[in-house]
Design a protein around this ligand. Sequence first.
Ligand SMILES: [Zn+2]
Length: 168
Amino acid sequence: MDIVTYPDSILEEKAEPVHNIDQEIQDLIETMGELMYGASGIGLAANQVGVAKQIFVFDLNYREKGRRLNAVINPVIVSGEDRIEFEEGCLSVPDFLAKTTRKRYLKVTGLDRKGGPLDIEAEGLLSVCIQHEVDHLNGTLILDHVSRLKRNLYKKKIAKLMKRERDR
Ligand SMILES: [Zn+2]
């Protein structure tokens, strides 16, 4: 398993809810954690590893010390308040930063990796991170948060890179 990047079509898919939290899901969460830490990311959604299921992992502390992998299954954003301006990158959209406006405070419910109920109250970076991951599960990328001009420039750049790869 590896982190998939734009323009892989799974990144535009809406993820399906998880009904059975079995061993396969546990293994998936472990793998997602390893890939996220390996890439020094703070969040990763299941479609980013090619699985269209409503799961994401996060840990604001990507340094080795004090790591604690959090997983959220079937997340629902209950409410969001106030605004925060941010500049976001994405492991699936290399070499791209998007200026975004997000909710500063967020309430999210879902299930933890054992299937127990989760209630998260997030603020600031964590709030932005969760909105970014929930976006992924809805098939939305940071590319969808920028102007058409900026998006098209990036698409052209990627198309050029892919052509160069093919012609090699
Ligand atoms: Zn992302």
